[in-house]
Design a protein around this ligand. Structure first.
Ligand SMILES: [Ca+2]
Length: 511
């Protein structure tokens, strides 16, 4: 029960006071100590209650689209929670594509291990739901006595099929239905007294950006500045366009238009600056709307008497390109796509109001929650508990973090990419054997590829080795370009057979 460090300390105090009482003392002192001991016993009893967990896993929020990282974005509730708790400023997702990322968070392993490497959940259904090769976090917590629920976007089927005790996939783009279910859940659980894991998966700020007008209006006159790496169209290298070099079809999904979305807000980027700025305003409107819903949620936790014993974990399933590198959507290995806002908040935390620069992964959510709950972790987990950082925010749990997106042939995201991110370098390798190396200290927007720089030869080799270690650890099977082309041809044929299918074709949204 190392995770209950704060609780352990309180228990130690209880023992100390209990032993004091056994010594002959003057009556006044003895009575004072007895009062103190009773108070501490009461506190101990409260602290010994297993903590509740509320995880908010939002959709497509890049790390700079939150107030504490960007003053243009208005997120007072998120900022307050992050400010009171511990902020993880260098958090990366296991995959920058919705279904793959979520499947990894629930199962604790990389996409290539559970099999859902892209948008569709077939691999996860097979390895996790049917073959039960990887116990999910909710399933493990349920066995330990927790009641678990998921309300909101799933992308992997009904949540009760992959380990949640209750829940429902909800597709309301404004999350009103999701938060209504959350309110009912909290009211019920407040009465039950059992510990719970509530997993909330809002669809915001994902396209089509349909927040109520009052939230759009926040940005009506905002001075939106495009990032230094804004471009009208992607460069040709595969690590920019997620297709074979020279083929931008995967990144130029201009035919994918969400009903109700602002002009130009397709799966690909808008093609001019003023249109881009309008899309960014609409996106921030969604972020602020979600923020207000989180404010309401906090009020409910307090009103239901759950706030003090609840640990809130906030993160996004992937980031989002706002015209950066000429891109919309996510899916590639650049910071905007793979790096997300993340924080942990709770009155129970041993250290508060702190920031961590440690490299953390979305895969760490699973072991961290188990550690905090005092529940042993299964051996298959690829992430690490962040409890050491919650105790000492200057600490770290790894030297490098990995993200992968190898969606072929399972779906239509193009050539596979994977990256290794260390303290200030990033190495990207694509299935087209194109590589990139960026120094994030001097080049935070990843605009200068240093792969051919002879002075960095050893450093690049060191990163190549790290990526190789990871590749071996997940049993990666890289496809050749011929295999990718064959898979693509097969998909195009399948598309021809299913012209009326609802899902996007090549250049898909990568939800
Ligand atoms: Ca997403």
């Amino acid at each position: 029960m190392e995770a209950h460090c704060h609780i352990c300390i309180m228990l130690d105090f209880c023992k100390m006071f209990a032993s004091c009482l056994s010594f002959p003392q003057i009556p006044f002192m003895k009575s004072s100590l007895a009062c103190a001991a009773l108070l501490l016993v009461a506190l101990c009893a409260k602290a010994a209650t297993p903590p509740n967990f509320v995880v908010i896993l939002c959709d497509d929020q890049t790390y700079r689209a939150i107030g504490y990282n960007n003053p243009v974005v208005k997120t007072p509730n998120m900022d307050k929670l992050a400010g009171e708790g511990i902020r993880f400023d260098r958090a990366f997702v296991a995959s920058p594509i919705c279904a793959a990322s979520r499947a990894s968070i629930y199962s604790g392993v990389f996409p290539q291990q559970h099999g859902t490497v892209g948008l569709f959940g077939g691999g996860f259904q097979k390895s996790v739901v049917q073959e039960k090769r990887f116990a999910t976090l909710p399933a493990v917590l349920e066995k330990a006595g927790y009641h678990t629920a998921l309300y909101g976007k799933s992308h992997l089927g009904e949540p009760t099929t992959f380990g949640f005790s209750e829940g429902r996939e909800i597709k309301d783009p404004n999350d009103l239905e999701t938060f209504a279910e959350v309110e009912k859940f909290l009211a019920r659980e407040a009465k039950s007294g059992r510990p719970f894991l509530l997993w909330i998966t809002p669809r915001n700020p994902h396209l089509p950006f349909t927040a109520p007008q009052e939230f759009k209006d926040i940005y009506k006159d905002a001075d939106i500045k495009l990032d230094p790496n804004w471009r009208e169209s992607p460069l040709m290298q595969s690590f920019f366009n997620q297709g074979p070099a020279g083929d931008i079809s995967f990144r130029d999904s201009k035919n994918l238009v969400y009903p109700g979305a602002p002009a130009g807000a397709t799966g690909g980027p808008p093609r001019n600056e003023s249109q881009m700025k309008e899309v960014i305003k609409a996106y921030y409107g969604d972020v602020s709307f979600l923020d207000s819903q989180i404010g309401t949620l906090i009020g409910q936790l307090k009103a239901d008497g759950l706030y003090e014993n609840t640990i809130i974990i906030y993160l996004a399933d992937n980031g989002y390109f706002l015209g950066n590198h000429g891109l919309g959507n996510k899916i590639t290995m650049h910071e905007e796509s793979v790096r997300v806002p993340m924080f942990v908040h709770s009155p129970l935390l041993p250290v508060k109001k702190a920031k961590s620069d440690a490299l953390v992964s979305s895969l760490d959510v699973y072991p961290t929650i188990l550690d905090l709950a005092g529940v042993p972790a299964p051996s298959h987990l690829m992430g690490k508990s962040l409890v050491p950082i919650l105790k000492d925010p200057s600490g770290k749990v790894r030297d490098y973090v990995i993200t992968e997106c190898v969606g072929i042939p399972e779906n239509r995201v193009g050539v596979g990419h994977r990256m290794v991110r260390t303290d200030h370098f990033k190495y990207i390798l694509s299935d087209a054997d194109e590589a990139a190396f960026f120094d994030l200290r001097s080049d935070p927007y990843e605009m200068t590829n240093l792969i051919a720089n002879p002075e960095l030869k050893n450093e690049i080799e060191r990163h190549r080795k790290m990526l190789g270690e990871w590749s071996a650890s997940v049993g990666e099977k890289r496809l050749t370009m011929d295999e990718i082309k064959a898979a693509k041809a097969q998909e195009e044929k399948a598309d021809g057979d299913k012209k009326k299918r609802k899902e996007p074709a090549a250049g898909g949204a990568g939800e």
